[in-house]
Each structure stands twice: as structure tokens, then as C-alpha cells.
Design a protein around this ligand. Structure first.
Ligand code: S3P
Length: 445
């Protein structure tokens, strides 16, 4: 037995022999949030297949219900009867739990409703910056009162009609972009076309999925700059959405395959949206054997199978322009860097400091505990690779930190125990089961 449950909220991972086999990971978290929200806004009943049934997406589902969605289940599918665009005034505070995507995207939709809503979340979410969405929404005409000016809980008093704006994103954030786009759907004043300008491409699931709900989104490119425009008063029509496996969840298993000798792991049916798979390019550059097989498209999103075979890794420089395409994979790439030969630098990743926890600090502390030479920068990390020792590390209640150190434990010299392990339920409740499955299927020499 390679994984032992030592305490309900602690888990220990030990050095393993090769990982091998073909598995699927749960549905994409970003896409599930959007499918639930767009279904709430649409006229008719939307069927969502492959949705992620994990704590973050259940937060979106609960908030959607409070805003008027009727939710039912048919085998594995989620059925949501929408409101046709007129949200119900919520009777209670909207608790978004740990989910930044829930609080920021739903705010964009609520901003145009003539109603009062109060949004909040857990300790982590209440520490994360909300001014980045409330500011543009206020510019469009919504009224927001936030704790200390820009933190949850905040009250949002929607206004109708809103004014269209031209908004340059101060940070490359798909959550902010999506919130402004959703408000733009009800912003007929000031020309009626809301344009968001991003200088680094952030994930584009909103743009792709809105098309499926019958909304026209225009995109123009000028070098790396993108202009995303949305015209007001376009109704959403219910549809069927098929959600592929989450590339960010697959990343943990694929990095595990890249660092545990003799491994050969394939993840089937996983999302391959180019704005999400920067980590595969980095792994390849570090020397991992990466193959993309059976590439296809469904519901406007590319997907396929990804196979990674072990090969010794070397350090690399992860550059600022690569960051948006791998922002959620930096913790697990830091683990790959810790076992790679030589130095890895990660820069331009200051956004990591305002994720579920300060991920730069959490990774630096945890890797130091495991005997790795790490230096923290304001916007990244420098890691000198070598071998990992064992130790007890804290997830800081962050799902991606917990799983990154679990993978570290599979390659470390001694066992690694992760405190506050239950955070994995936020995005990947079956993580440990899949690791066990890949251990069971392993090849014996
Ligand atoms: C997400 C966008 C990213 C990402 C988060 C999910 C989304 O956040 O880190 O896990 O679904 O739009 P930012 O928009 O803050 O960069």
C-alpha cells in the first residue's frame, strides 16, 4: 500500500515503483462553472455532460439555484432549466465557498439585474482581491459596496441598462474578462458594444462556450493583443454541453509520470485548449516524453489523449509570457523542477500570490521542508533540482498545493505527509483513487 491515511485531514505519500495505465480525470472546472452559469442565464433546459462534481462547482450550482435555476440530474448529466436572463433576487447571502470563478463570474451576471445580492466565501476567498471585477462593473453602472473597499463580503446592486465599456485588463485574468463580457450582454448604453483588451491571452472558455449558447463574440488579434467584443441584448439559448477532462487535474498525473522512473501514463479525453496547456510544452522542454493522440473537437473545444513517459528532466526558464497558459500548473511544475537536473526559474507569476493561497510562498516553504534549494522572488521562484527528501508539509487549504506535494511524495526518498489534505475535494476528489489505479496497473520488470 503506497498511500496511507494517517489522519482524516492528513495524507502520506511514499516513493512508488512506476506508474502505468490509461485513465480519465474528472471534468474541467472552468468549463463546468461556465456551463452552470450560462445555463442559468439561458431560456430553456441545458444538458451538461461530464461536469465536475467537486466542491467548487457545487458552489456555483448552489448560487445558480438561489438565482432561479431549476436543477435536476439524469444519470451522469446535469440538467438546468434557466431563467431566460431575468435572475431571481437571492433570499440569502450567496456563499461562493472557495471558488474565485464563482464569485467573479456570477458578479458579472448579477451586475445588470435590478436586485440586491450579497456575495461572500470562505476564509481564503475573503482574502482575495475583488476590486478587479467590481471596478469595471461599477464603471458600467452597477453599484458595489465591498468590505475594506475591495474584499468579500460585498453587496452588489445591479442596474439596468448598463453602459458598454472598452476595458483593458490590468492583469491577464479570464475571470475578470468573463465578468465584464457577461455584464456587456446587458449594456446597451454608450454604443452597446463592450470590448475587453488583453495583452496576454487568458483562457478563452467563455468566448467558446457563449457561441454554443447562441451569443456572437468577436475577436480581433494584433500581435499578442486581443480585442474581445460583445454586443448587448443577445439572448442565451439552452444547449447541450459536453465537458472534457480537466487538463489542470491531468497535469498532476502527467508530472507524476514524468518524474517516477519507468512510468508510462495516458490520460484520455482531456481538454487541450491552447490557452490551458502551456505546462505540456514546458514538460517537453524539460525532456519529458509527451505525446498527444487522437486529437478531436467537441463543443468548440479541442480534446484528446495525452501520454507521458518517464525520461530524466532538466531545468528550464518559465517566462512571463508563458504564465497565463500554465498559471494553475506552476505548483506541480515546481515539483518537476525540484527533481530535474539543474536550475529552473519561474518569473512573471505574481498572480500566484492571490490564488487560493499564496502559492509562491506555499511551494517555497514546502519544497524547502523537503530539502530543495528554492529562492522566492516577488513574482516567482528559482529552484535548484536534485533529490527530494521526506517531511511534513502544509497545503494551506489549497487543493493544488496538496496534490503537488502528493506527487512529490511519490518520487521522494522518504515519505511526504500533507496537512490539510481535504482541500483536494475542491477540484479533484478522485485524485488518490487514480494514483492507486496507476500503481496497480504498473509494469513489473
Ligand atoms: C479561471 C481563471 C484563472 C485560474 C482559475 C480559473 C477561470 O484565474 O487561475 O483557476 O475559470 O476563469 P484568473 O482569471 O484570476 O487568472
Amino acid at each position: 500500500m503506497k498511500i496511507s491515511l494517517t489522519h482524516p485531514n492528513r495524507r502520506t505519500f511514499k516513493k512508488t515503483a512506476n506508474l502505468s495505465g490509461t485513465v480519465r480525470v474528472p471534468g474541467d472546472k472552468s468549463m463546468t462553472h461556465r456551463a452552470i452559469l450560462f445555463a442559468l442565464l439561458a431560456e430553456g433546459t441545458t444538458r451538461i455532460e461530464g461536469w465536475l462534481n467537486a466542491a467548487d462547482c457545487r458552489s456555483s450550482l448552489e448560487v445558480a439555484k438561489q438565482l432561479g435555476a431549476s436543477v435536476s440530474f439524469e444519470q451522469e448529466s446535469l440538467l438546468i432549466k434557466g431563467t431566460g436572463g431575468s435572475l431571481k433576487e437571492p433570499e440569502n447571502v450567496l456563499d461562493c465557498g472557495n471558488s474565485g470563478t464563482t464569485i467573479r463570474l456570477f458578479s458579472g451576471a448579477i451586475a445588470s439585474q435590478v436586485s440586491f445580492a450579497c456575495l461572500t466565501g470562505d476564509d481564503s476567498l475573503r482574502r482575495r482581491p475583488m476590486g478587479r471585477v467590481l471596478k469595471p462593473l461599477a464603471e458600467m453602472g452597477a453599484i458595489a459596496y465591498a468590505r475594506s473597499g475591495s474584499y468579500a463580503p460585498f453587496a452588489l446592486i445591479g442596474q439596468s441598462p448598463l453602459s458598454a465599456i472598452r476595458y483593458t485588463l490590468p492583469v491577464p485574468s479570464a475571470q475578470v474578462k468573463s465578468a465584464v463580457m457577461l455584464a456587456g450582454l446587458h449594456a446597451p448604453k454608450a454604443g452597446g458594444v463592450t470590448t475587453i483588451i488583453e495583452s496576454q491571452p487568458s483562457r478563452d472558455h467563455t468566448e467558446r462556450m457563449l457561441l454554443g449558447f447562441g451569443v456572437q463574440v468577436d475577436m480581433e488579434k494584433e500581435g499578442e493583443k486581443r480585442y474581445i467584443s460583445i454586443r448587448a441584448e443577445q439572448p442565451l439559448r439552452a444547449t447541450s454541453v459536453e465537458i472534457p477532462g480537466d487538463a489542470s487535474s491531468a497535469a498532476f498525473l502527467l508530472v507524476a509520470a514524468a518524474i517516477v522512473p519507468d512510468s508510462d501514463v495516458t490520460i484520455e479525453h482531456v481538454g487541450l485548449n491552447p490557452t490551458r496547456i502551456g505546462f505540456l510544452k514546458v514538460l517537453q522542454r524539460m525532456g519529458a516524453h509527451v505525446e498527444i493522440l487522437n486529437q478531436r473537437e467537441s463543443a468548440g473545444e479541442p480534446l484528446g489523449n495525452v501520454r507521458v513517459r518517464y525520461q530524466p528532466l532538466s531545468g528550464t526558464d518559465i517566462l512571463p509570457e508563458e504564465i497565463p497558459s500554465l498559471i494553475d500548473e506552476i505548483p506541480i511544475l515546481a515539483v518537476a523542477a525540484a527533481v530535474a537536473e539543474g536550475k529552473t526559474t519561474i518569473r512573471g507569476a505574481g498572480e500566484l500570490r492571490v490564488k487560493e493561497t499564496d502559492r509562491i510562498l506555499a511551494m517555497a516553504k514546502g519544497l524547502q521542508t523537503l530539502g530543495v534549494h528554492v529562492e522566492e522572488a516577488d513574482d516567482g521562484l528559482t529552484i535548484i533540482g536534485g533529490k527530494l527528501n521526506g517531511g511534513v508539509v502544509d497545503s494551506f487549504h489549497d487543493h493544488r498545493i496538496a496534490m503537488s506535494f502528493a506527487v512529490a511524495g511519490l518520487a521522494a526518498e522518504q515519505e511526504v505527509t500533507i496537512e490539510n489534505w481535504s482541500a483536494v475535494d475542491i477540484s479533484f476528489p478522485t485524485f488518490s483513487d487514480l494514483i492507486l489505479e496507476l500503481q496497480r496497473e504498473r509494469k513489473f520488470e
